[in-house]
Design a protein around this ligand. Structure first.
Ligand code: HEM
Length: 196
């Protein structure tokens, strides 16, 4: 095993800022939806509004960082080892088998992570941004010559909300599947991870 510096300071800032904003958006969004009560509708609406803008700004900065550093290449989906990694998480891990993917500085995401983050970045985030802005500027639709009803937009945005919630639960569970329960979490705090 050797200690490798995997996550830069910006990457860790981006990860934890995004985590806070997405959790705030899920909590406030489902309060708006009527699922639970935490802050009251008006406060939930305001939290959702400012967290949404925060997420949009962070997304732009992160996209700029990934393209200028070339780190976007780490997210390009691949089928190499995809089946092996999938069967590891669905059965191998429960039989104590070794992880089929070996992390390296320039290849730190396994094929299942690449696929999940690629869909998150290029499908789920744009879905929430587009339906969210349409929702946010609903009163401007006549002036913008948009003649739809709000229902399909609200429905798509809520479905996106459920997808983010499912992602969050699975993501937190998978962070505990490293050599120790907290080794992946520790790496995303310090930047350093012990790898084979
Ligand atoms: C992780 C990201 C997000 C999640 C999980 C999320 C979730 C939700 C949910 C569940 C609702 C309630 C929908 C309903 O019952 O009709 C909602 C409402 C809303 N969302 Fe989001 N959302 C997210 C991101 C965004 C973004 C990025 C924007 C804007 C760009 C946005 C703007 C809105 C607006 C304007 C409403 C209606 C608010 C109101 O009626 O007071 N959301 N969101």
């Amino acid at each position: 095993m050797k200690e490798v510096y995997l996550y830069t300071r910006f990457e860790r800032f981006w990860h934890w800022m995004q985590a806070v904003l997405v959790i705030l958006l899920i909590a406030s969004g489902f309060e708006i939806h009527g699922t639970w009560r935490i802050w009251g509708f008006q406060a939930a609406h305001n939290i959702h509004y400012w967290s949404a803008w925060g997420l949009v700004v962070l997304f732009v900065f992160a996209a700029f960082w990934h393209f200028t550093t070339g780190e976007w290449r780490q997210y390009v989906p691949t089928t190499t080892l995809l089946k092996e990694v999938f069967s590891y998480y669905t059965s191998g891990i429960f039989r104590g088998l070794p992880h089929p993917f070996k992390k390296e500085r320039d290849r730190k995401l396994n094929p299942l992570q690449r696929l999940a983050y690629f869909i998150l970045k290029l499908v789920l985030f744009p879905l929430q941004f587009i339906t969210g802005f349409l929702y946010m500027y609903y009163n401007e639709w006549p002036r913008l010559n948009i003649h739809w009803t709000l229902k399909p937009v609200a429905l798509l945005h809520t479905l996106g909300g459920f997808a983010f919630l499912a992602f969050l639960i699975l993501h937190v569970y998978l962070t505990t599947t490293g050599p120790t329960v907290f080794s992946h979490l520790k790496a995303m705090i310090t930047g350093w991870e012990k790898i084979e």
